[in-house]
Design a protein around this ligand. Structure first.
Ligand code: XMP
Length: 326
């Protein structure tokens, strides 16, 4: 793909011109495709003057922070700080059930933590200078969405980014992906030697598992959902179906149902599984699994995840459902 190869060369030159010979760039990374590709590109352009920050908000997927460390820092050589702010997030989320309230708390807390970390980086006396730019993995569809028509999902649910930072830190924005569509970012990722499983990853919302736990978010609830979600995705991958599905995840319902284990009656929580096919997530169809795959997933989740005795499959399309349950 020579056009993408050419894009890389041009974009690296452009970044170098913009950033000159001193001053630092910071950027939030999530483990997703966009932020990883943007970070790698920045690293290629200015090396250690780019500093990536990953905020562990306590509602990430199983082992996610460790995986990002392994990938970005150890494999791709990107300068990375992981901040474990899970206690702060979970404390602020305590007792909160309303989805928009969850989004707001997570968005605002993210900005607080990110800003504090950026200030620490700036204070380092390592000769790399002031933090002057903020890297954002904005894609072309995001640019379009923010300047014109707001689609249903944008108006129904608040999507947070770190834009608020600009006001306080007066950072200049750098958006190397702003002319690209998702499939182009994936192609770019492959050319930058980012491993295929990461390049093909399903999207994951900023508010993370907090909007997949119906009802209040606690450490115990997070743990249950992380385990169920991990099994679900693992079995989808084993069945070779991951790339056929646009997005798949587990949801933890706030109800309890009766079940039986051995000769014991149980009264435990319920997991809902969601998988959709979609072009742009404005509309989506529920995915038709082979029955034996669902059987395996259900049996593993009920056997392996303590606190779950029932698994259901969500057969709602968007509209009238949304992709997420909250
Ligand atoms: P919905 O639920 O609106 O989801 O049909 C459409 C797509 O958007 C993602 N989504 C979010 N992403 N912050 C995000 O970064 C959010 O608050 C948020 N809410 C939904 C969802 O995962 C799906 O890919």
């Amino acid at each position: 793909d020579w056009t993408m190869q050419e894009f890389i060369g041009k974009e690296i030159n452009r970044i170098r011109e913009i950033c000159g010979s001193s001053g630092r760039v910071i950027g939030a990374v999530s483990g997703g495709v966009d932020s990883t590709v943007a970070a790698k590109l920045m690293h290629e352009a200015i090396g250690d003057r780019f500093h990536a920050i990953m905020v562990d908000n306590g509602v990430l997927r199983l082992n996610e922070a460790a995986q990002v460390d392994e990938m970005l820092n150890k494999n791709l050589g990107v300068n990375l700080t992981i901040v474990d702010a899970s206690s702060l997030f979970l404390q602020r989320l305590e007792g909160v059930e309303d989805p928009e309230q969850k989004r707001k708390i997570i968005g605002n807390t993210f900005i607080n933590v990110f800003e504090e970390e950026a200030t620490k980086i700036e204070a380092e006396k390592d000769g790399k200078g002031r933090v002057e730019w903020l890297l954002q993995g904005t894609l072309y569809p995001d640019v379009i969405e923010s300047i014109s028509f707001k689609g249903p999902s944008a108006t129904i649910k608040t999507h947070h980014n770190v834009g608020g930072l600009l006001k306080d830190m007066k950072l200049k924005l750098i958006e190397p992906l702003r002319e690209l569509f998702k499939d182009e970012v994936r192609a770019l990722g492959r050319l930058l030697s980012i491993p295929a499983p990461l390049v093909q990853r399903h999207p994951f919302p900023g508010p993370g598992l907090a909007i997949r736990i119906l009802g209040p978010v606690t450490r115990d609830q997070v743990k249950i959902l992380q385990q169920a979600d991990h099994i679900y995705i693992e079995e989808i991958r084993k069945a070779g179906l991951y790339n056929e599905i646009a997005q798949a995840f587990a949801v933890l319902l706030p109800v309890r149902a009766v079940g039986v284990m051995g000769d014991q009656r149980t009264y435990e929580q319920v997991i809902a599984l969601r998988a959709v096919q979609s072009e742009d997530f404005m509309t989506a169809d529920w995915y038709v699994f082979p029955a034996e795959v669902l059987r395996r997933i259900s049996s593993r989740i009920t056997n392996e995840v303590l606190g779950i005795n029932r698994v259901t499959y969500d057969i709602s399309s968007k509209p009238p459902g949304t992709v997420e349950w909250l």
